[in-house]
Design a protein around this ligand. Structure first.
Ligand code: GLN
Length: 338
């Protein structure tokens, strides 16, 4: 049953509904279970949301279901660090090269002793360390305020997930102390780890992810609230790193198949950005061996193919996304063309 007039009249909504139904029956993969809170995710959860740069929203399935943002926080906190310190200082602490390794690998760039990029845990912890603020509360508030600008709503930390991340975070602790040992992060190691665990435990919906993506697609300006979430100057830094390093050690194949900057998280979310056009947020907790949501990867591959979204694509797409989106009520066009 359609919920609103827009559900009835938007061909894009109907397209997304068909995509949702097609992949809902796909049951491959397994949910992250390194903490019990993530292991309890319902394997049927599946939501898709698209927000375009004109502020129109298209959403199907469990788009209101909350989950923790996990690694999807990394590019956004990287943007915040760039705003706090500028490119040069951030570059001294975090590199720009993909690792080809798992996100939690304990590897530093041998020449500079710094983490390879801000999308692996080492780089994200170093980025979080850069955030200014007199205490951990002020530093966390800075992150929450930034996400408010991106999503247009106040987000909160899921406390049980945070406490579990903290209780089981020995590997991240090892990474942080290794970086402290080589002078890459400051003395407040435990405080920074606490903030990192909290930033990973912020509750979002796939609609929030689409809003965040749409804001990056719109030169850093939230297309609905009109607020600037990140200086337009730094949008290209964030998107470039998402493009080369955003999908764990699947980043190369993702760039080849989908061709969009994106970031995934172990709770099953993916945000993808179509610069100038829209943000895509997808949530489904069943993961592949590399930690990416299986349904979400499939949906992005299909969207990219059907709408010609690959940034280097030169093939005529099956559908014209710009057309569907620029016409909020294209029902008449759809019926008149049969
Ligand atoms: N909290 C997780 C960690 O730091 C985040 C991992 C992820 O989403 N890849 O290990």
């Amino acid at each position: 049953m359609p919920n609103s007039l827009q559900d009835i009249i938007s061909p894009l909504h109907n397209y997304l509904m068909a995509l949702y139904q097609k992949y809902q029956s796909l049951k491959e993969g397994k949910v992250a279970d390194y903490i019990p809170e993530l292991g309890r995710a319902d394997t049927d959860w599946f939501g898709i949301s698209i927000v375009n740069t004109d502020g129109q929203i298209y959403q199907v399935g469990d788009y209101q279901q909350s989950f923790t943002i996990q690694s999807i926080s990394k590019p956004f906190v990287y943007g915040l660090a760039l705003e706090n310190y500028g490119r040069e200082t951030v570059l001294n602490r975090v590199g720009l090269e993909p690792t080809g390794e798992a996100f939690n690998s304990i590897v530093l760039d041998a020449k500079n002793n710094r983490p390879c990029n801000p999308m692996v845990n080492a780089g994200a912890i170093a980025t979080t360390d850069l955030l200014t603020g007199e205490d951990s509360g002020a530093r966390l508030q800075q992150i929450l305020k930034m996400f408010h600008l991106y999503t247009g709503r106040r987000l909160d930390v899921d406390i049980p997930v945070f406490l579990s991340e903290k209780a089981t975070g020995s590997r991240n602790r090892a990474i942080a102390y290794l970086m402290h040992n080589s002078g890459m992060i400051s003395d407040r190691v435990e405080e920074t780890l606490n903030i990192y665990f909290q930033q990973c435990s912020i509750s979002v919906t796939c609609n929030d992810l689409a809003m965040m993506g749409a804001t990056l697609a719109n030169k850093g300006k939230n297309p609905i609230t009109g607020e600037q979430a990140i200086k337009s100057h730094y949008v290209q830094d964030v998107l470039s790193l998402m493009h080369t390093c955003g999908m764990y050690d699947f980043a190369g194949e993702w760039a080849y198949r989908v061709g969009l900057p994106a970031k995934s998280g172990v709770s099953g979310g993916i945000v993808a950005v179509v610069p100038g056009k829209c943000g895509i947020g997808i949530f489904s907790p069943l993961l592949d061996a590399k930690g990416n949501s299986i349904r979400a990867v499939k949906v992005c591959e299909e969207l990219a193919k059907d709408f010609g979204l690959h940034l280097y694509g030169a093939v005529e797409p099956t559908y014209d996304l710009a057309f569907s989106m620029q016409q909020p009520y294209p029902f008449l066009t759809a019926t008149s063309s049969g």
